[in-house]
Design a protein around this ligand. Structure first.
Ligand SMILES: [Cu+2]
Length: 450
């Protein structure tokens, strides 16, 4: 029998059988009308729609306020049961790190470091005042709201003209880690600094959702040429300022934690072009939420690096059981450098003494750099161009830094009087890597050739 005959014969047989049993008719009738299980209805509809606004005085404070290193949660007031927030888009003289200022745009006098914090069930009214010279609008990224509150210039509203104040208002019926950003000339306006985080706490948190320290970090990237003061939002690939909450190391504040505390870090990424794999030393953490939803306990998975793509948020959680200064940073190596680490000719391994003496005859003090990589630059006191941060500039506990950019530290201590920076970790005796003694080398059979 040929394949075609088989198909025909088989098809007829099956078809006839189905007709006889009435199944075909039944399938056609119910197409697309099968009721979904309740939990799936909620999943697709974006949560229960009947959340009533909370009134002031109701128990909507049962949460640990987030900590915003180098930033702040915006103040609010309650008027007739509605949470009122005033967001101001304006020009900001911003310091990325000591020694590097830039003419940016931001919200409420800050760049990438204003957080809106709310509770599921809040009725929220956000006034957005445009103090820029150009139109703007604010999109509430990941948040369920009426279409006309989505903040997309042209599509869901007219842009906010300079000097005007628009009103956004809706009832919050979800919780999690979200963001907000300009949606007018987005490339330019995000590239100038108009991004922030939007944190919503659950109205009735379960025990597993509660933490002791709840940090917020948003990633952004800029191109600011040494000696200039204006980020270039037209840059597509070669970013030289990589930030957490608008700051590049050594400008980033550490995340300070007492040993044993339960910690959540909420990462967001509104960089123009790059995803960031954020790595924490000394720990594993669990990925507990995306910007879609909190992940069920049984499905949370362990990592030491979390990839936060552009436009995504990720929550991670861990118990801070190991004291120390644990660095946390993007693992793209060019993202933990500052302005002067990029775009240099590859001089590694080049014998330069002759060049130095020849050029030095014309330019006294001339010295070719980079033959051994960039690390040696940390030990030179080279003058840097006006308004720039060298790729390495500060003294750490054991040596000068060779890092910058999207880099910070989680400082875990047995005892803390406050959450101010506790300084460097005092390592227990004989627990710091040091030069091996001749006795040790001999004992363990390590023979060093000459
Ligand atoms: Cu990165």
């Amino acid at each position: 029998m040929k394949r075609r005959d088989l198909l025909t014969a088989g098809g007829l047989t099956v078809g006839a059988a189905l007709l006889a049993s009435g199944q075909v008719q039944a399938q056609g009738k119910n197409q697309g009308q099968q009721p979904l299980p309740k939990q799936w209805e909620e999943y697709y509809s974006g949560g229960p729609a009947d959340v009533k606004p909370l009134s002031p005085g109701l128990p909507n404070k049962d949460y640990t306020p987030v900590v915003v290193p180098n930033g702040e949660t915006l103040p609010f007031k309650i008027v007739d049961g509605v949470k009122i927030i005033h967001l101001i888009a304006e020009k900001v003289e911003h310091e990325f790190a000591p020694g590097l200022m830039a003419h940016c745009w931001g919200y409420n006098g800050r760049v990438n470091s204003t957080v809106i914090e709310a509770v599921e069930g809040d009725r929220i009214r956000i006034y957005v005042t445009n103090k820029l010279d150009v139109p703007t609008s604010v999109h509430w990224h990941g948040i369920y709201l009426p279409n006309g509150m989505d903040g997309v210039s042209g599509v869901t509203q007219r842009p906010i003209p300079p000097g005007e104040t628009f009103k956004y208002e809706w009832t919050i019926r979800q919780f999690g880690t979200f963001m907000y950003h300009s949606h007018f000339d987005t490339m330019t306006q995000e590239g100038m600094g108009l991004t922030g985080m939007f944190i919503i706490h659950p109205r009735n948190p379960t025990e597993d959702q509660k933490v002791d320290r709840d940090f917020v970090l948003i990633s952004n990237e800029y191109r600011v040429d040494p000696g200039t003061y204006r980020p270039n939002p037209n840059e597509m690939t070669d970013f030289n300022i990589l930030t957490f909450n608008g700051r590049a190391f050594p400008g980033t504040e550490p995340l300070v934690v007492r040993q044993g505390q339960r910690v959540r870090i909420r990462f967001g990424n509104l960089s123009q072009m790059d995803h960031h794999p954020i790595h924490l030393h000394g720990y594993k953490f669990k990925i507990t939420a995306t910007d879609g939803e909190r992940i069920p306990l049984s499905a949370q998975w362990p990592e030491t690096t979390v990839l936060v793509a552009v436009g995504q948020t990720r929550d991670v959680e861990f118990i801070a059981d190991a004291p120390g200064d644990w660095i946390m940073h993007c693992h793209m190596t060019h993202h933990i450098m500052n302005q002067m680490g990029h775009g240099m000719p590859n001089m590694i391994g080049v014998e330069t003494s002759e060049i130095d003496s020849q050029v030095g005859a014309m330019l006294p003090g001339y010295m070719t750099m980079g033959q051994d990589g960039m690390g040696a630059m940390a030990y030179m006191s080279m003058p840097v161009p006006e308004n720039s941060i060298p790729m390495s500039s500060v003294q750490l506990q054991f040596s000068k830094s060779t890092v910058g950019g999207m880099f910070t530290m989680v400082k875990v201590r047995e005892k803390l009087d406050s959450y101010d920076d506790p300084g460097w970790y005092d390592n227990p005796k004989d627990t710091v890597a040091e030069a091996a003694s001749p006795h040790e080398l001999h004992r363990d059979g390590i023979h060093l050739g000459s």
